[in-house]
Design a protein around this ligand. Structure first.
Ligand code: PGA
Length: 241
């Protein structure tokens, strides 16, 4: 486990974007596992900036996103597909046919998850997986208490995640109650894992996840066992370690 201290959110975003662009430069046809949430937005903005300057080229890159709400079509403003278009794909040259997000519009959970695992397998697995972390230690939508050995699966969101995500919807009732997510097994199989974390509200969970016991009660704690895990955090998020 490697921990990189950043001064602030901007510095965290630049450092994470540097690691991603190094990956793309070293292997132009790499597979990037991407994440939604507030934390990685600055990382995407930095990558877009470097793309516009001609410093990084995504034309051969394949992407697989971590998760998607079950029941939201791609064009729903709160779907993760839409988020990724708005915050990244719409501004860089990732080829549309190489962009993959679990199919939230498929009500058949078993089929949607099986198909997504097949996509990840067929692209040769993930070279670099970008992650945020929830205040309860979730990664993707892998909530506390779930088995470590799952591939892509359908989850019921916890009350705390519904609370955290309601800021993006008109009301709490509108937040979907389920999602399709890569499992911990899928994430652990990525060849490199890069987590970004900022803000004082993440300090407790960062300490618990990376300096406490490895337990399904803290899903991110399994990353202690990953052979190439990098955490880039700002001062506030790393304040307790
Ligand atoms: P955030 O979400 O980046 O919006 O804090 C992190 C997560 O829930 O994975």
């Amino acid at each position: 486990m490697k921990i990189i201290r950043a001064k602030d959110y901007k510095d965290m975003s630049r450092k994470a974007a540097n690691i991603i662009s190094a990956q793309v430069i070293m292997k132009p046809n790499c597979v990037l596992g991407l994440a939604t949430g507030g934390t990685p937005v600055g990382t995407y903005a930095q990558l877009i900036d470097w793309y516009n300057k001609g410093d990084v080229d995504f034309s051969e890159v394949t992407t697989v996103n971590l998760d998607e709400y079950r029941g939201l079509p791609r064009d729903h403003e709160q779907s993760y597909w839409y988020f990724m278009q708005k915050n990244f794909f719409g501004s860089v040259n990732v080829q549309p046919d190489r962009i993959h997000v679990p199919d939230g519009s498929n009500p058949n959970a078993e089929e949607a998850c099986r198909e997504y695992d097949a996509i990840i397998r067929n692209v040769g697995g993930i070279d670099l997986q970008l992650l945020g972390i929830g205040v309860d230690g979730h990664i993707g939508f892998n909530e506390p208490g779930q088995a470590f050995e799952l591939g892509t699966h359908c989850v019921d969101l916890t009350e705390s995640t519904i609370d955290a995500n309601q800021r993006f919807f008109n009301s709490r009732d509108e937040v979907p109650r389920q999602a399709y997510t890569m499992g911990i097994k899928t994430i652990m199989q990525a060849r490199k894992v890069l987590m970004v974390a900022n803000g004082a509200n993440k300090a407790e969970i960062i300490k618990k996840a990376f300096f406490g016991p490895v337990t399904p009660e803290v899903p991110a704690s399994i990353l202690q066992m990953h052979p190439d895990f990098i955490l880039v955090g700002d001062q506030d998020a790393l304040a307790l370690i």
